[in-house]
Write a protein that binds this ligand. Sequence first.
Ligand SMILES: Cc1ncc(COP(=O)(O)O)c(C=O)c1O
Length: 346
Amino acid sequence: MTAPMNPRGFASDNNAGVHPDILKAMAAVNGGHVIAYGDDPYTEKAVAAIHKIFGEEAGVFFVFIGTAANVLGLSSVTQPYHAVICPETAHINVDECGAPEKFSGCKLLTCDTPDGKLTVDMIAGHMHGIGFEHHVQPRVVSITQATELGTVYSIDEIRKIAEYTHAHGMLLHMDGARISNAAVALSCGFYEMTVGAGVDVLSFGGTKNGMMYGEAVVFLNKDLCSDFKYRRKQGMQLASKMRYIAAQFSAFLENDLWKANAQHANFMAKKLHDAVKDIPGVKVTRRVESNAVFAIIPPQIIPELQEQFFFYVWDEESSEVRWMCSFDTAEEDIEAFASLLRKLRN
Ligand SMILES: Cc1ncc(COP(=O)(O)O)c(C=O)c1O
């Protein structure tokens, strides 16, 4: 019996399945016994591949999910009287159920942004009360690359933020859940927009780009992670069967699978944008720089559209919706979606 096919929608790159090369890599390490908790040759190989990107000095720690990568990464470089400065739209602010605050104890100081991107001026707006014991002390600036709004920081924009951050005794954290999409958008490697631009702590994502599960916390400054292994265990993110996360990362990085997947997802978003942008009543609201398209559409057509191609409403009030493309989005999906959208508009 053939398995029923689930229709592909535009709700999230998380809704996509797993790339076949990743599944194959997991199956390939599935023989025999190896030492648990990461002391195995597969983990060694994956860590070596990540060192090759970020440098031998990087501290690399696999965890299960992106929220854990952010929360543990931030907690490990802060004290509860510190603050983390981030955009109002940051995943750590809106979509992690308060976990960053609960586990780090830090206050999040948010900035309104037009496009999900922080600037030095926005960060500077929170730089008061320094040394004043009644005020939380800014310690980390957190940026998301690519952002929750599908936009992408240029390397220069990251560097400017890093310089300001470091000049004020703070650290720069990058939520890289979609770092592959950003690298493809900028036609650069992971190194240039992280180590090269001054990022200190990175949540290095794989799940949204074809992996089954697994993210890495990468400390680009090794001095910051001397006790992280205890924090990861206490944070319930030390995988006993680590080889399966490691195998996924090895396959993700080998032969640039990450790049092929992200190139496809970004390209599909551009196609989607082109297919819907001239439909009367559809207004694309954000620059399409990675794998997301945002648009305002008439609210009355949303339920029927969602029935065939599920997606989320981003802002009920303005009827702004978000359409995400994935490594497995097909041109037929876009054509069928655009033609349904056009039909419902008429
Ligand atoms: C920007 C960003 N960061 C982090 C995460 C967290 O990932 P997870 O759902 O694996 O905790 C997500 C998930 O959607 C995300 O979009």
